[in-house]
Design a protein around this ligand. Structure first.
Ligand SMILES: [Zn+2]
Length: 337
């Protein structure tokens, strides 16, 4: 494996615009004290924050526009014990609460940095903080000590209070070109099967972090096998099988997005192959034979309808519709061909 873990600006893939505006802000010390980095889950928000925090804290002159890797700050940052970077963590619930802001931010923000010029607070899932917690944080953002810098990370900018947003430089992560993700994975995971790398790229939706998680997740490949087998064996009116499926996957609730992605890409592949006979664009590149075989028995119109049902189910998912209800409704949709 390459230097994947090093938080260096040169190791950031894509996100050129974000890097440029960040570098400008740091060089000019403009909007310098609080940043929001928002974007899709696993799109690299924490990695970006770490790279910039390390860069800002580096104790040497930044000649090459990157952290030096030689100073105490750079070393301790990589070893996760730099005393001047604070990762604010939730202690009582799943997300940072008002007590966490009081104890981990307010009490520490007024204490000068120990070794570096600045003190940096990084808050993951800051968009999921309660209004109370955000308001407590706002008070600090309004008059931050000159040495304090905040990185607030979150999936959705709209979940931050407007008053918080107005105090921050707002940066959004980019989706990364799939070709770039593929090159990165091939370069850094030489031992992995090329077809599986392709599958992970295709499932990543342009989020490198997602591709990395999938590539290293045995459960993903096992889950995909199971679901595709089920989709192949699914026959009209076999309600018993469908109910078994729902039961089985209820224990995989936390993977529901992935389950629907797998179903979606399966039907997308079938539909695409049915229409074009082109294998190069398929998402499940390791399943070409099964796709060809299954397509013989399929009708493009019906596949299109199924694809639409999956899309609909995915939208309901975003609205937090009950897992069992959604999956059952979706399977009934599938049977109505
Ligand atoms: Zn350094």
């Amino acid at each position: 494996m390459g230097d994947i873990s090093l938080f260096e600006l040169k190791n950031i893939i894509g996100n050129k615009k974000l890097i440029l505006s960040m570098q400008k802000s740091i060089a000019q010390k403009k909007n310098f004290h609080s940043y929001i980095i928002h974007g899709k889950k696993n799109s690299g928000k924490l990695f970006l924050a770490n790279c910039f925090a390390k860069f800002i804290l580096c104790q040497n002159e930044k000649k090459n526009n990157d952290a030096c890797e030689n100073c105490y700050s750079c070393h301790s940052f990589e070893e996760k014990n730099n005393p001047d970077v604070i990762y604010v963590k939730p202690t009582k619930t799943n997300f940072i609460g008002v007590d966490d802001i009081r104890e981990q931010v307010k009490e520490k923000a007024n204490i000068k940095p120990y070794v570096c010029e600045y003190k940096i607070f990084i808050l993951e899932d800051a968009d999921k903080m309660t209004v109370q917690a955000q308001n407590a944080l706002l008070k600090i953002l309004e008059e931050p000590p000159s040495f304090v810098i905040f990185f607030l990370l979150g999936d959705e900018k709209k979940n931050f209070l407007p008053t918080i947003v107005s105090r921050c430089a707002v940066l959004k992560t980019d989706l990364i070109d799939l070709g770039q993700i593929k090159n990165y994975l091939i370069e850094n995971y030489r031992e992995k099967d090329k077809n599986l790398i392709d599958v992970c790229c295709n499932y990543s939706g342009g989020n490198l972090g997602q591709a990395l998680i999938l590539l290293n997740d045995e459960n993903f490949f096992a889950l995909r096998e199971k679901i595709i087998d089920f989709m192949i064996s699914l026959k009209k009116n076999d309600l018993a099988l469908a109910i078994n499926f729902v039961r089985e996957f209820e224990i995989q609730k936390e993977n529901i997005d992935l389950i629907f992605d797998i179903i979606y890409f399966w039907y997308a592949d079938l539909f695409f192959y049915c229409q074009t006979n082109d294998v190069l664009q398929l998402k499940n590149l390791d399943k070409i034979e099964q796709i060809k075989k299954t397509c013989v028995l399929c009708d493009a119109g019906i596949l299109y309808k199924k694809l639409k049902s999956v899309e609909k189910a995915k939208i309901y998912l975003d609205y937090n519709v009950n897992f069992k209800l959604n999956l059952t409704g979706f399977l009934i949709d599938l049977f109505l061909d």
